[in-house]
Ligand binder design. Structure first.
Ligand code: AMP
Ligand code: TRP
Length: 333
């Protein structure tokens, strides 16, 4: 059966290994299946839920597009576009916002994390952000949404909104209820400094993540300094849950090599830490460095990137506009 794939990445800079292994690598694999229709969006309207510098935002939109392209998303096979160029997303978000319930949004853990202690000072946009995400997905009749583990709750909200709309307006199956596609293993890549914290764009320490734009020396240095414990490398996964930093590094090695955790454990049992770290850095350089070289090359040709976004956005608008028109008819406009 042909799948309609949709996903989005925020242009908030510092795209990292977690974004790649948790989401973007999967985007590329899904595109390889010929029957899939894939749409990948640079979700800049989501990025402005927190304060952005206009010049840096503009640069990050291009950089995120370059990451898509450099990772292997092919604009002749998939639609690559920019959310703010497609006004239907904002209109759809308003219409769906009248279906979503406050109680549902109040349960969103990402809002609680991002708003922090002073909720009163968070933007309204940050609070209603999951509704915009639902519009992104539902306007394209998306059947599958590849995301990292942290977006699971937002996907459930999207499903609730679709179901409620279909029920309230007695239009069964009008909005497609999408399935999340979350990697079974290694779906959460953790910080290199603290194995209990997610690898994140917004971590103040650059040492906590491998950026997709890092060069060889930066990768070697970050892996060398990555936090570990002083016990020997394990013979099985028995105590690995208690050794979160090592588990994360083993997870990264396994994920980037498309192999199981057990294979990695067997490969390194009895060896010393430096041997493992050297091999990990070497593998990361082999896989990430070609992407970073390509990103830097693409960023020199701003016109090319802008053209990709413009073409993709007009294709996306064609689809999204029709769905918004249908939604409006159903509502009674
Ligand atoms: P964001 O950067 O928040 O727009 O995330 C883009 C995609 O990367 C989403 O699908 C996230 O779930 C995924 N992602 C972000 N951080 C991580 C991480 N540390 N591990 C795995 N996936 C992640
Ligand atoms: N909220 C997602 C994130 O922070 C990004 C996103 C926006 C998205 N719209 C989407 C992901 C639609 C998948 C589908 O990572």
């Amino acid at each position: 059966m042909s799948k309609k794939i949709f996903s989005g990445v925020q242009p908030s800079g510092n795209l990292h290994l977690g974004n790649y292994l948790g989401a973007i690598k999967n985007f590329v694999n899904l595109q390889k299946e010929k029957e899939n229709n894939c749409i990948y969006c640079v979700v800049d309207l989501h990025a402005v839920t927190v304060k952005q510098n206009p010049e840096i935002l503009k640069r990050n939109i291009r950089e995120t597009t370059a990451v898509f392209l450099a990772s292997g998303i092919d604009p002749t096979k998939s639609i690559i576009f920019n959310q703010s160029m497609v006004p239907s997303h904002s209109e759809g978000a308003w219409l769906l916002g009248c279906v979503a319930r406050m109680g549902w949004l109040n349960r969103m853990t990402q809002f609680k994390e991002k708003a922090g202690k002073d909720k009163e000072k968070a933007s309204v946009g940050l609070y209603i952000y999951p509704i915009l995400m639902a519009a992104d997905i539902l306007l394209y009749d998306s059947t599958h949404v590849p995301v990292g583990e942290d977006q699971k709750q937002h996907l459930e909200l999207t499903r609730d909104i679709a179901n409620k709309f279909n029920l309230d307006f007695k239009c069964e199956n009008f909005l497609t209820v999408p399935e999340p596609l979350i990697q079974k293993n290694f779906s959460r890549i953790m910080s290199l400094k603290d194995g209990t914290k997610k690898m994140s764009k917004s971590d103040l320490s650059d040492q906590s993540r491998i950026n997709l734009t890092d060069d060889k020396d930066q990768i070697i240095n970050k892996i060398r300094k990555a936090k570990t414990d002083s016990d020997p490398l394990p013979h099985d996964d028995e105590n690995l849950n208690k050794r979160s930093e090592l588990k994360n590094l083993f997870g990264i090695f396994s994920s980037i090599n498309d192999q199981s955790l057990d294979t990695t454990i067997n490969e390194f049992k009895g060896k010393n830490f430096s041997e493992f770290k050297n091999k990990l850095a070497e593998t990361l350089i082999e896989k990430i460095n070609p992407i970073s070289i390509e990103i830097n090359k693409l960023l020199k040709d701003k016109e090319y990137i802008d053209k990709i976004l413009k073409n993709g956005s007009s294709q996306a608008e064609e689809i999204a506009k029709r769905k918004v028109e249908d939604i409006k008819k159903i509502i009674g406009f």
